[in-house]
Design a protein around this ligand. Structure first.
Ligand code: WTA
Length: 664
């Protein structure tokens, strides 16, 4: 039984949702009368034309009854950049800081107000317009974590162009594939940027991608806009003559500063229908071909804004920091759209948690007196292994809400975050969601809901989760199965760009009437929801269903282990057996006694059926650049199959060879 943590006085006192009952009441209302619930929230925003009465939401989730569709606020029109910028400036917040920008090097920092951000967005929007970019055109963005990236996204929104951000760690192949899939008219990038001591010459990758797009995919991008960043940044490592590393093609390349030079800081917004596309973002698909998840205007605005307000319990003078890169959905919703919709002040960070030292995160918290911090378990685990002093030497008293996203947080990391970072008095919000959901769908809420380490908690307003068994029957009460949703909330994806059929197949064909997340979940006896990991990461050992996350979390309970990844491999008797990769903490020697101890521990904590067959010491794990463990590759290593396929999305492909060598 997990301990239940109640919100502390430190959080409850200031919370806008001060009790569990209040949460339950609002959640009930949001399901009983979605129109009333969301139209009240819509009043806070600007609409050029109002929605049609009685048409707040319509949808079909059942493929047997026809095409899948979701529509919110039909008839309404607006522009999201007006709601994020003009509306806040007009309310008198023009001088409020929208972002404190913290560069990779601690000497590099700046700030931008709402008024200035609006001016820059308008100028850049005018620049794009003057080059023929129009409503519905796609603009690919391949940029570091700099303010121009936010400006660019919002400038697209202002003129109705659909932005498609590609994380700037992706290879030129991946960028080319994504640009040509969505037929991008324009690519926006920077000359380069620093990640720790590593110099990334982004323009060079773009040169290659533009060429590949043309030669491999027969798609020509018309213009490449380049923000000059390196000249302003303090060098953090070896700096070659960067200009010699990339090409300049006068036919399509244009400097950002040249594009906006003569542009006015007024820009008439494009009025967008509620269901007009806002942006698309590629996410990996099980077949290998990335899926272009498409989000639309009105519903995304409502839901992003509301989740931010309640999940982080943002107060007017708070300083909020999300560490995610804008290249991922977390960066889209919780670095850009949601904080600005709430007129928040955010920190935007260019660098890594490890540069110039392992305390950079905590130095940033102290420097800006951050109240809400939002990061990923993988970052926490990689910092935990360096010891507590890096945290405790900083003043962390400003913190009130600590967010986690991206994967289930193992209780070890949860406790470290809670006790050390949060000093035992902050609320942890473990937010479960997906690129496809647009915003948080399961989460704890500060001040309102109790917390259990590792549990995502409860559905957000408007969200109705179910757990289904293999036959599609609803599991009421405690139990484990497929996590699905039986109705849309405002920001659920509307389609896959250019491929509605794949959208229907991937998300709606398994269980008619439900959006299928692809994740497993468990409801415990107290009603908490635990996301147990991707369904394809489910393990079935001797008929017992368990999740990789469950075993991993038990392994990391051993103080010598910093990180673990578990996959299954075929076993003649048990069906599947566990192969566990463990990374030991710095300074811990590899020793067979640790293997025995870990096996015993898993038996003791989960049951004899869960005892791992193999425990392999690992120097590192194959992770995507966004920090997700690629279990597909670990499964190959576990069975000794060297045909591992495409490794282009790996952050560090060399780790794969090491793991094959180290196989017991
Ligand atoms: C996983 C990231 C458990 C899950 C926002 C989901 C989580 C996938 C959590 C989506 C969490 C994300 N607890 N699992 N709090 N958050 N996941 O599209 O498997 O990059 O389906 O969106 O991450 O990843 P994506």
């Amino acid at each position: 039984m997990s301990r239940v943590y109640q919100p502390t006085a430190h959080v409850v006192g200031k919370s806008r949702l001060p009790s569990f009952d209040k949460y339950k009441e609002m959640h009930k209302k949001s399901l009983e009368n979605p129109e009333e619930f969301w139209s009240e929230i819509a009043k806070e925003f600007f609409w050029q034309t109002p929605h049609q009465p009685g048409k707040f939401v319509s949808y079909n989730f059942d493929l047997t009854k026809g095409d899948i569709f979701v529509k919110w606020m039909e008839g309404a029109s607006t522009n999201i950049s007006v709601n994020l910028l003009d509306r806040n400036v007009e309310k008198g917040y023009g001088d409020k800081i929208a972002y404190y920008w913290e560069g990779n090097h601690p000497d590099d920092y700046s700030r931008i107000t709402y008024r200035k951000l609006k001016d820059l967005v308008c100028q850049f929007a005018n620049g794009l317009r003057s080059r023929g970019v129009r409503k519905g055109d796609r603009v690919a963005i391949y940029m570091p974590m700099i303010l121009e990236t936010v400006v660019c996204m919002l400038a697209c929104a202002r003129i109705g162009a659909i932005h498609s951000v590609v994380f700037a760690g992706f290879s030129s192949d991946s960028l080319a594939e994504r640009m040509s899939d969505c037929k991008a008219k324009v690519l926006v990038t920077a000359d380069g940027g620093w990640r720790g001591e590593k110099l990334l010459v982004l323009k060079k990758t773009c040169d290659e991608a533009l060429e590949k797009s043309l030669k491999k995919h027969n798609h020509k991008v018309e213009m490449c806009v380049v923000a000059s960043h390196l000249a302003k940044a303090t060098p953090c490592g070896k700096l070659d003559d960067v200009k010699s590393l990339y090409k300049w093609n006068d036919d399509i390349d244009v400097w950002w500063h040249d594009l906006i030079e003569d542009e006015s800081n007024h820009c008439t917004p494009e009025w967008m229908d509620a269901e007009d596309p806002l942006f698309m973002l590629y996410t990996s698909g099980s077949t290998g071909k990335p899926k272009g998840v498409l989000h639309t205007t009105a519903g995304y605005l409502l839901y992003a804004a509301t989740t931010f307000k309640y999940v982080f319990d943002y107060g007017e003078n708070d300083i909020y920091w999300c560490t995610a890169d804008v290249g991922w959905i977390t960066g889209h919703t919780y670095v850009v759209y949601a904080p600005l919709a709430n007129c928040a002040t955010s920190v935007m960070f260019e660098g890594t948690p490890f540069y110039p030292d392992y305390d950079r995160y905590w130095a940033v918290v102290q420097k800006y007196r951050v109240n809400q911090m939002y990061t990923a378990p993988t970052a926490l685990r990689s910092l935990m292994k360096f010891g507590d002093d890096y945290v405790s030497k900083h003043n962390m008293e400003s913190l009130r809400v600590l967010g986690s996203v991206g994967e289930p947080i193992n209780p070890e990391a949860w406790h470290w975050y809670y006790n050390l970072v949060g000093n035992g008095r902050c609320s942890i919000v473990d937010t479960f969601w997906q690129t496809e959901t647009g915003g948080h769908v399961l989460t704890s809420l500060p001040g309102a809901t109790p917390m259990k380490p590792g549990a995502a908690g409860f559905p957000f307003f408007g969200v109705e989760p179910s757990i289904l068994d293999e036959s599609g029957k609803i599991i009421e009460g405690p139990g484990e199965g497929y996590l699905v949703f039986s109705r849309p909330w405002p920001s659920i994806m509307r389609t896959l760009f250019g491929n509605h059929e794949r959208y229907e197949q991937v998300y709606f064909s398994k269980f008619p009437g439900y959006y299928c997340t692809g994740d497993g979940a468990r409801r415990d006896e107290d009603g908490f929801l635990w996301v147990t990991g991707r369904i394809d990461d489910m393990l079935n050992v001797s008929g017992h269903l368990m999740s990789t996350a469950e075993v991993e979390s038990v392994l990391t309970e051993d103080s010598r282990v910093s990180e673990a990844a578990v996959v299954s491999r075929p076993h003649p008797q048990k069906g599947e057996a566990l192969h566990c990769f463990v990374i030991l903490n710095d300074g811990v020697q590899q020793d067979p006694s640790i293997v025995d101890a870990l096996k015993k521990h898993v038996r003791a904590r989960i049951g004899a059926f869960a005892a791992p067959d193999v425990i392999q010491f690992a120097p590192g794990l194959p992770k995507t650049r966004s920090g997700k463990i690629m279990r597909r590759i670990l499964r190959k290593i576990a069975i000794g199959d060297t045909d591992i396929g495409d490794t282009s999305t790996l952050a560090d492909p060399s780790v794969v060879g090491e793991l094959f060598k180290g196989k017991p």
